[in-house]
Design a binder for this molecule. Sequence first.
Ligand SMILES: [Fe+2]
Ligand SMILES: [Fe+2]
Length: 196
Amino acid sequence: MALDHAKLVRSLRLAYSAERAASFAYQGHAGSLRDPEEKARVKQIEEDEWDHRRAVGEIMEEYGVPVSAYLEGKYWLIGRMIGLSCYVIGRFMPYFFAGKLESGNVCEYFKMMHYFHALGIEKHDEILYEMGIKEKEHEVYFLRMVENERWFPLFERIFSWGVNHRVNDVDLENVLPLEGSKAYCQSDAGAKKDAT
Ligand SMILES: [Fe+2]
Ligand SMILES: [Fe+2]
């Protein structure tokens, strides 16, 4: 069965390639950290992103969605460059920008769920839900690592992400169950309504 949903096909192909970019970036990030505990946590996050790529790849295979050679190349380069840059930009920025990136990823999987629902397909709900929540966990972890740093308030203001700038409507303290999660990420405006 082919997926008759251009936005869904685009999101799947993009996520597949971008997840590898994230893994590469976290390889560099983990390598640049000194604290063994922090290193191990970022390594674990890298593994999560490989799992995501595998899961997205399986869905694409099921529907015969081809991997984009262009996106693979583009995101290979982006991932490698970010990974390398972690060795030279200090401790704060890799955490901050990883958190900001993750904040944008959260809704990607919930939106895919909505797109599948528009086609009457619900069997991927669980894996998409798990991945969306996992991205939120990554976002919150990165936020916690830098929120008390001197530079944080300035970066939060400039890049519109942080303690007071929420860019998705998932709250880890109060996670909706799978059945209720259809409410997440229904619109960009909705996702940003808490932003201050
Ligand atoms: Fe991911
Ligand atoms: Fe992530």
